[in-house]
Design a binder for this molecule. Structure first.
Ligand code: COA
Length: 178
């Protein structure tokens, strides 16, 4: 397992789980943080089993969020290989990080690190989860540096991954747990 340094407790920061009552907070943050619009189905799915979502509060203000879903190992690399409902249950999984973001005035305080560490801890506690994976837009230098410094490796570039963004290309990143 690749060890990620345990985060220092960040003064004033608290993490909270997401339930149906707080989905609106995730939606509000995402609408500011990401150029992608997420569907109602995306938000409803966050409270289903196998999902991992947290909100970060800084001195009581809701300023950051992480959302992940558990999916069969390899799904992010070759989604076409998975049929869906007819697939047999997988033996191994990956935690796919859909979003991680912190409002701009609250960056460089360690809040994203705390959110990421909470997801790594949850994934590491599930013996069926082999790795954490995500896509990052190729020009998102802040995010790429953030992940590389925390043990994520770039696996490859996925051309035209984003339908509505410019540039449309993404890097696929992996963080190996076991
Ligand atoms: C990428 C992103 C999530 C990072 O959030 P963040 O809360 O600023 O991240 P952290 O504070 O945990 O760490 C960022 C840097 O600040 C540094 N830092 C943390 N606490 C610090 C402090 N008290 N003083 C100075 N620097 C500090 C960290 O060491 C880190 O630097 P490093 O990456 O060179 O090691 C944020 O830029 C963001 O929301 N971007 C927009 C959304 C996005 O693109 N998300 C990623 C794709 S899903």
């Amino acid at each position: 397992m690749i060890a990620m340094a345990a985060p220092q407790a960040v003064a004033g920061v608290e993490l909270a789980g997401v339930d149906v009552d707080s989905l609106g907070r995730v939606r509000n943050l995402n609408s500011v943080l990401f150029p992608v619009r997420y569907t109602a189905g995306f938000y409803k799915s966050l409270v289903l089993p196998g999902q991992f979502a947290r909100l970060a509060f800084y001195n009581g203000a809701c300023v950051g969020t992480i959302t992940c879903r558990k999916q069969p190992l390899g799904f992010a690399d070759t989604p076409a290989a998975f049929v869906g409902r007819g697939d047999p249950p997988a033996a191994d999984y990956e935690l796919y990080m859909m979003t991680l973001g912190v409002l701009a005035p609250y960056r460089r305080l360690g809040i994203a690190q705390a959110l990421l560490a909470s997801a790594v801890e949850a994934a590491a506690a599930d013996p069926t989860v082999r790795r954490i994976v995500l896509h990052v837009q190729i020009d998102n230098d802040d995010a790429l540096r953030f992940y590389h410094r925390r043990g994520f490796i770039t696996v490859r570039m996925v051309e035209r991954y984003y339908k509505v963004l410019d540039p449309p290309h993404a890097y696929l990143l992996h963080y190996r747990l076991r």
